[in-house]
Design a protein around this ligand. Sequence first.
Ligand code: AMP
Length: 442
Amino acid sequence: MPFSTLKLHPNLLKAVKELGYARPTPIQADAIPPALAGRDILACAMTGSGKTAAFLLPILHRLMDKPRGTTRALVLTPTRELAAQILEDLNELAPHTPLTGAAVYGGVGMGPQEHAFRSGVDVLIATPGRLLDHFKAPYAKLDGLEFLVLDEADRMLDMGFLPDIRRVLRHIPARRQTLFFSATLPAPILTLTREMLRDPAMINIERQSTPAVGITQAVYPVAQELKSALLLALLKRGDMQEVLVFTRTKHRTNRLAEYLVKHGIGAERIHGNRSQAQRTAALAGFKSGKHRVLVATDIAARGIDVTALGHVVNFDVPLAPEDYIHRIGRTGRAELTGDAYTFVSPQEEGELKSIERVLGKRLPRVTVPDFDYSAKPEARLEVPLAERIAGIRAKKAEERGRAKAKAERRATPGTAQPLRQHAPRSAPKPSPNRSGNRGRPR
Ligand code: AMP
């Protein structure tokens, strides 16, 4: 089915054509017609399905028919990366329209975002917490809102944003069209859909939680301590070019990126403790091919959009099966093919079983030829917390001891540090003197 059958504004179809989208993805084909007809939508869709265009295109179409100047559409999304990505998609879809968008998220200044409210951009894309911060100010009014999108609602639930979403709802008109997107529908999300949606068109509900087609999934059983070496071996064999790697903790993310760089592989990292500027730079470097590997924690990686990403590696097995589906959604985007490898240590077999239960199949196990599975690990990737604390304490005690000894030496005349023998005996440079006593002997 070509895009033209979707009855979208010709200027939107022009942009779609320029982007090279030959035909709508299934979620777009299913969601766009009822959304254009003004219906609420409840869609199960994960990253990679083309869901962003599935909600942006009908909204942009409907925004074209009226005078502009007030914000008429709000997209709520869990992370800054996702907000920035949706804005990028909007700018790509709307270049032949007068429509404008702005992203509002934490970690950056409020000032430029205030301008977005004051100028009444057509589409506001926001994370819930920062939006609520703005609502405290008198300039932040969304009385003219007609369209609301909830993007990755289940992820917002995971991140504890449900109360924030309910607070946001108090600031926007109850009469509106709502498009609700979630990869999975756990009970609290179903309750929220009942509160927010009126007779929604249900899309893909029965197909929730199945990974995108075209993804080859495989499991790599390996001892926990050998995971870094295995990843390095796969990278060195040239099995994968660019790869997005998920780890369980910020600490592991840092250590793994350091390990790869030390072994000559260009790698960057994204996690919650990194500043927005660092994340943006890391992502840009990865997208441009400067870094071959991007290591990320799960939450920080939401919204990463890397077109036609060939490989995703789950360095650690995700704790929840939904996370697995989300993560591997990074590859095989919009029906391209990709590989998703999961490194599984004996301790993680239980989590792997839960994932396989949800997938309804056993994933193939792969052994890498020539890799020494019995090697002694070079260094542990993660030092257990108790050991790290003990290390910090020991270092502090040593520093205190040194400071005490120094203080004692100072207090005892005749034991001062000897002058350094190799220091050149030049006269000290005259320093500018602000108190006006220049030239006076000291
Ligand atoms: P999303 O699921 O919204 O994160 O989109 C996944 C990726 O698919 C993005 O890189 C889009 O640019 C791309 N995409 C969206 N719609 C289409 C389409 N109809 N044909 C090809 N690629 C698409």
